[in-house]
Design a protein around this ligand. Structure first.
Ligand SMILES: [Zn+2]
Length: 72
């Protein structure tokens, strides 16, 4: 299961430099490491939750043939 040949950054899926040359290993850069840290702090999960809530409550659209709107 260990992919020793190339390590890909878990955040952006680009090639990450080997641990020996990369202080942010297994991430490609310190930037991606921070993104991953942000996920663990819940930032990304919170966004995902909000999105699923919005898709779940479908707002009732005004029915086009509601009698109140059809006065002719
Ligand atoms: Zn990356």
């Amino acid at each position: 299961m260990v992919m020793a040949r190339k390590s890909l950054c878990p955040v952006c899926k680009k090639k990450a430099r080997p641990r020996a040359a990369n202080a942010s290993f297994p991430f490609c850069s310190a930037h991606c490491r921070m993104i991953d840290l942000g996920k663990w702090l819940g930032e990304e999960y919170r966004v995902a939750d909000k999105q699923s809530e919005e898709t779940e409550d479908e707002l009732p659209l005004q029915a086009p043939d509601d009698p109140a709107h059809r006065q002719n």
